[in-house]
Design a protein around this ligand. Sequence first.
Ligand SMILES: Cc1cc2ncn([C@H]3O[C@H](COP(=O)(O)O)[C@@H](O)[C@H]3O)c2cc1C
Ligand SMILES: O=C(O)c1cccnc1
Length: 335
Amino acid sequence: MTTDTDFAAALQHKIDFKTKPLGSLGRIEDLATVMATVQGTLSPRMDGCELTIFAADHGIAAEGVSKFPQEVTRQMVLNYLAGGAGANAFARAVGARMKVVDAGIAGEPFGLEGLIERRIGAGTKSFLHEPAMSAEDCARALEEGRKLGAESPADAVAYGEMGIANTASAAALGHKLTGVGLDILVGRGTGLDDDGLTHKRQVLERAAARTADLGPQEALAQYGGFEIAMMAGAMIGAAEAKKVIIVDGFIATSAALAAARIVPATRAAMVFSHRSEEQGHGALLDALGAEPLLRLGLRLGEGTGALLAWPLLKAAGEMLNTMASFDDAGVTGPQ
Ligand SMILES: Cc1cc2ncn([C@H]3O[C@H](COP(=O)(O)O)[C@@H](O)[C@H]3O)c2cc1C
Ligand SMILES: O=C(O)c1cccnc1
């Protein structure tokens, strides 16, 4: 194939000549286009999916912006390792492998077999008063993530997160990256009531007023979390290594936005799994020009929505690789 245009035309021909009315596999055809383009072949491999959950703590949790206490981050990591979380159940259901990364949970390192330790610190600082992390730590988180993304053996990578108060971090980061108002981006997270939501908005308005215009990496250092920065790095590394990235919910989409602003080519490797119930998700998806595949009322994170989209990618791969063509199936094409 000589040019991108030739490749795109050959790919479209291959999809259009499958034994079906033109365009009749809808979004599955779009997925096939993404995976073939990412891998640079008309016969992409779509055999394995791996979920990596990045976990970290957030200093902003001290401002009462989550319904749950900070120790839940640590407890959930133990739950992942024991196979008991929602992400474990869905990974089993769709046949995905799962890894867990400590990107910077509060307290001491776990020192546990089966947990990948990439701790940038023992939780971020409260971004109400100061940057969540230093520029150096942000660069380290991005780089550790980039390596993890590039070294995955999977054809498709799903990324999940765990970090109490990280919807606050994602909203503040999304606000700085897009300019969309915090009234739109701040949501209930784990289930704040109306008073809790008002308080969270007020805290984030004050935090956002602390800084003026920021570049994407500056915004990530100021308002991000270690897991969000590491996930953004993983997305950059995965795209460089020609993997399809399955983007999960609100927090993962804030990481995707940061990744796409830092390395714009990353965007082309992303597919968007679902529209979360978290209020600000739609605005972040719009900023990325993304139309998610599913709308299931999910608002958990952990990569649960991304896992549910994996069978759709697998189906798109089978369509492209094994479905017959009008060229050779003995089926009469359109008149
Ligand atoms: C038991 C439990 C399991 C979770 N798994 C993901 N999250 C989700 O909720 C958190 C974000 O919401 P907020 O910003 O309101 O704290 C993140 O940890 C996210 O992954 C969970 C939250 C809880 C409580
Ligand atoms: O959309 C998400 O990823 C989400 C929403 C609420 C809480 N945790 C995660």
